[in-house]
Design a protein around this ligand. Sequence first.
Ligand code: SF4
Length: 472
Amino acid sequence: MRAVSAAAEAAAAAGQEAGAADDAEAPSAAYVHLPFCKRKCSYCDFPVIAVGKDLAGTPHVQDNMQRYVEMVVQEIEASQRLNSEPLQSVFFGGGTPSLISLPLLEQLLAALDQRFGLAAGAEVSIEADPGTFDAARLRSYMGMGVTRVSVGVQSFQDELLALCGRAHDAADVYRAIEAVHAAGVPSWSLDLMSGLPQLTQELWQRSLEQALDAAPHHISTYDLQVEEHTPFAKRYWPGEAPLPSDDAAADMYCQASHTLRGAGFEHYEVSNYALPGHRCRHNMVYWQGGAFYGLGLGSASYLQARGRAAGSATHLIGRHQLAGRCRLPGSCGRRFSRPKRLNAYKQWLEQFAADAEQLGPRVPGAFLPPESADEVLLDSVMLRLRLADGLDLSQLAARHPQGEEAAALVAAALRPHVERGWAVASNASSSGSSSGGSAGGTVRHVRLADPQGFVMSNDIISDVFAALDITQ
Ligand code: SF4
């Protein structure tokens, strides 16, 4: 018989406590990581298993995918259910989840439903790269309950796609768009990257217009980050040609905001735009600091909202949308609750499943120390300021220890930014705005101005952190 890990024993009591906690803090979402890609893109530092450009359908690769999915199902089955209400959203991210066969996807959905419950009308999203799906496949997804498809276009230009080492070309992009429309996907998102080498403002403008012509319900735009240990890190230096300068990158950000808002999209998060009714509900759970399960290689759960006793936390926001990068200021530390390498994940899972067999289902991520109250506070500030909805300081004051003091410090740190028009402060605790609101009373709500405040969001949030004087 395997030994029960000390960490699991220590977590057992905490897990029971977490399970008994009030449901307002219970997870309502699940992220499932499917790490297979045709090839690894030159900027990607995410846990990915490259299967070869034309090999995804071969028996050997399919067997590997099946073995991986079986592991994730095992993880799901060994995980403690902390939600009494069924899940409101599931997100299959990667990697390239659309490489996974339909029966394997169905198996995952069935396991999630059986373990955690899936609400009728739940948002079920899948990331899909051009060149990996057709309309028939999308119809099959919808038949299984998928409601939303996120297409990783990144660029409409063959030269840029090739420079990035993407496995698809522009022709694949147009076929993918056709397929999405032919299948009648009820909500779909298109991902674009700015800040790519050789990208000019003219090309970027054309890309934005091509994105609008594709008529998606949601658009995500990400600025390239040059990550350590990637081929791009050997070739490029941020801010230097052929990458756009910092000023050009900021201009492109503003260009996107003006163009997409002009076309009726709401710029609801720093990098995300949606037509009315098409915000990504799953991502809103992350950004609002809600609890969620994270399952599979390199993923993480957030099960400690507002000081919960058990679970782990991480700054993985938006990670599944683009190469797993945490773009948040203050350095996230990447406290993954699942190892990033397949062998290490296998070992982790073996222990997790063995502990579950002896002690009953485990709290996912219980092997990590819980997030401190200070970390929870910083998360709230950082995430809410990235949303157009902004940060309600009354709620902040009510939810965190020393919340009143923190709220006053946040308002004071933002005052210079309000004066230069990068932030908006209001005396109302709802999202009603009154610029320069600090003059007439206590500031109760703050948000960053679009686009200039969003462009400067990392600097502004760093200023707020400095004012809070909390070391992460
Ligand atoms: S960027 Fe996306 S498609 Fe490219 S290797 Fe990374 S996860 Fe795969």
